[in-house]
Design a protein around this ligand. Structure first.
Ligand code: SF4
Length: 692
């Protein structure tokens, strides 16, 4: 069967061949990469083994209700009846907003679209958000503010090898999007100078010519240092700045007042190295800047990204071959998942729920009065606060594991336990599903069709390859069935996933993320189509901002960004910084990759990366269990020595739950603009786990 990887945002295409074993033996599966423009026919270890979690014997096959602490099989009809009666009871007592919906960035565009519509039309609740809030919200909000559009890459991946200088800020592409690595190694072979910014040495920093080992949380300040050097050295593209940007005078005054020595002290990167990086980027004829969660998952993530966009704009390196910006999306449909209305503040096509014209347009497509559309809700973590405060009393989770992916996870778990009714739609038992009152079995990536939009803004069609097992249903079928039973079925009259896409095309028409010109027919014939694509004859926008930005006067926005310290600083009690991230073999909270035997065998448990000198100071031996503690909780993980990490910092990956769930100790302060939590830096204490 032809399919594409369910994991990261490259969306590599592949073929999974099932060979029925002889004489009723076990089937054997062979995975073959398929050529396509993004991955160029490559697959990484995650993609090669993704089929294993789908075919595991651990699939949830029937709806299950919890009775006296045990899950018991029930029929779909009983499951729907239970949901409808519980929702009716709670809405009657507390109002429509007592029901919340929590989506995911791995859902197809069609499921994400329908979930947003279901919240607003079927349940008429304002409380909907999704786990992509933790993935892309800083880059997305920065892109909208600075460029007028949030699309992961402003150009194509093929531009990378045309860039003379590349900045990789807070991105570990070699482990998170491995099939992209050859784009960078090829660029390097052609003479590109690569600068990596990361507190740790990773597979990505090892391909760089220059590694700036920044203190966690100080990326925005580091960018200020580079900007100052560019200004002082006259490496500004004055014509571009004058003709295509606004705000230079304010930015210049701000940079003039900064002191490079002070920046070096704050960031832990010497003035000499900051200067070297700035000169390399500033003098290069072409260049690209990439950011990812290292820069974005900060309590100043929005402004930190904007400061990297200042670098792009001051040097005029955008809108032409070999020049651009890329937010390296993490989740499989991290890009599309945020375009179609499962965010608290957005309607399909990136329309804003608070904008009267946007409300009127989408209400028109949906056939309702604009006054029926609820107002803006709150972000994912703030929804968890509403759950804790019992303003939300019923939660419907689709394609997400919030108990592991939210910061301050002990608080989140306490809140979820207070719910009157928790429903989880998933195909594997997650830590969140364990807490549910009702579990609905859904289809997995080999079984459900739909579109996904990769990190370039390229929309791709994934066809279904096999039937869903047991009584599993597709997400969209569940939403349509439920809408029907809630008396809103006439608004959810879809016979196929393509029907939903055709309504999505209309709902996005004329919006920022315009999909109107994209059809399933085109997607079957072409290797994906880039948005915006306003008409069926339009080729799709491969490179953005060639002549103007979709902002007043066509100009992008330069903005001064203050030097920020992290919200939580180290102290005598918590003397080390903790930063988090991914490893090569696992994805998100690990619910899927931990079920793949080939992947789990390589990384069977979590770990804490620590510098040997730091370990000695805290009496930690290599490969031993340690206790890691912050103001919010405690976890237990195994130490892993590495001289590749800063001595003031430890690193723990994010793919495990329970006592290894790093989010039990992460900080829940939010970015004031995009509401991204500051996952990437908090203060911790470490000690050996003494067993009697
Ligand atoms: Fe491709 Fe990403 Fe899947 Fe690896 S995880 S195969 S890079 S889509």
């Amino acid at each position: 069967m032809d399919t594409q990887c369910p994991f990261c945002s490259v969306q590599c295409k592949m073929q999974v061949i099932e060979d029925q074993g002889a004489d009723g033996g076990r089937p054997v599966y062979t995975v073959v990469p398929k050529p396509n423009l993004a991955s160029e026919g490559r697959l990484c270890i995650k993609g090669m083994n993704a089929y294993q979690h789908v075919l595991t014997g651990e699939r949830i096959l029937h709806p299950m209700v919890k009775k006296e602490g045990q899950f018991i099989r029930i029929s779909w009809e009983d499951a729907y009846e239970l949901m409808v009666s519980k929702f009716a009871e709670l809405r009657g007592a507390y109002g429509n907003h007592t029901v919340g919906l929590y989506g995911g960035g791995s859902l197809t565009n069609e499921s994400a679209y329908l979930l947003g519509k279901f919240a607003r039309v079927a349940l008429q609740t304002k409380y909907i958000d999704y786990n992509g809030r933790f993935c892309m919200s800083a880059a997305a909000s920065a892109g909208v503010k600075v460029f007028g559009i949030d699309r992961g890459l402003t150009n194509q991946l093929s531009d990378i090898e045309l860039a003379d200088c590349i900045i990789l800020a807070g991105t570990n592409i070699a482990e998170c999007q491995p099939t992209l690595t050859p784009y960078f190694t090829r660029a390097k072979e052609k003479g590109s100078y690569i600068i990596a910014i990361d507190p740790r040495e990773t597979g990505t920093t090892r391909i760089a010519d220059l590694h700036l080992r920044v203190k966690p949380g100080m990326d925005a300040t580091l960018a200020n240092g580079m900007l100052k050097v560019l200004l002082d050295e006259g490496l500004i593209d004055e014509a571009f700045v004058q003709q295509r940007t606004k705000g230079f005078a304010e930015l210049k005054a701000h940079l003039n007042a900064l002191d490079l020595k002070e920046i070096a002290e704050l960031t832990g990167v010497s003035a000499e190295l900051i200067r070297k990086a700035a000169l390399a980027y500033g003098k290069a004829a072409t260049g690209m800047v990439f950011t990812a969660r290292g820069v974005e998952q900060q309590t100043d993530g929005h402004m930190a990204v904007r400061n990297f966009l200042n670098l792009v704009l001051l040097t005029g390196k955008i809108g032409k071959p070999g020049c651009g910006y890329g937010a390296v999306t993490g989740q499989g449909n991290g890009q599309g998942g945020r375009e179609h209305g499962q965010k608290a503040d957005q309607l399909p096509g990136y329309r804003l729920i608070e904008n009267p014209e946007d409300r009127a347009y989408v209400a028109g497509v949906w056939g309702i009065d604009p006054s029926e559309l609820p107002s803006k809700g709150v972000s994912a973590y703030e929804m968890m606060e509403k759950v804790y405060e019992q303003e939300i009393r019923a939660l419907f989770v689709m394609g997400s594991n919030p108990i592991v992916s939210n910061p301050n996870a002990n608080f989140v778990e306490e809140g979820l336990k207070k719910l009157d009714f928790l429903v989880v739609a998933d195909f594997l038992m997650s830590e969140t599903a364990q807490l549910a009152d009702l579990i609905l079995p859904v289809s997995a990536y080999l079984e459900n069709a739909g579109t996904l939009t990769n990190l370039e803004g390229r929309v791709l069609l994934r066809e279904a390859g096999r039937p869903a097992p047991g009584e599993s249903k597709h997400d969209w079928q569940i939403l349509c069935d439920l809408a029907d039973r809630l008396g809103r079925g006439s608004f959810f009259n879809f016979a196929s996933v393509e029907d939903i896409f055709n309504e999505l095309r209309l709902a996005s028409r004329g919006g920022v993320a315009d999909y109107y010109g994209i059809t399933y027919d085109r997607l079957r014939k072409e290797e994906g189509v880039y948005w915006p694509c306003p008409e069926p004859e339009h080729p799709g926008a491969k490179r953005l901002f060639e002549s103007s930005f979709p902002l007043p006067e066509g100009k992008a926005l330069l903005t001064p960004v203050e030097n920020h310290l992290p919200k939580e600083l180290v102290s005598d009690e918590y003397p080390l910084y903790l930063t988090t991230g991914r490893v090569l073999t696992h994805y998100l909270t690990g619910v899927q990759t931990r079920r793949s035997h080939s992947l789990a065998a390589r990384d069977v448990e979590s770990f804490m990366e620590i510098h040997p000198r730091t370990a000695k100071k805290y009496r930690i031996e290599d490969a031993t269990l340690v206790k890691l503690e912050s103001k919010r909780g405690v976890i237990y993980v195994r130490s892993r020595f590495s001289s590749d990490i800063r001595e003031d910092t430890v690193f723990v990956p994010m793919h495990w739950g329970d006592t290894q769930n790093v989010n039990k100790i992460t900080h829940d302060a939010l970015d004031p603009t995009c509401r991204m939590p500051g996952f990437k830096v908090c203060a911790v204490n470490v000690s050996p786990l003494v067993t009697e």
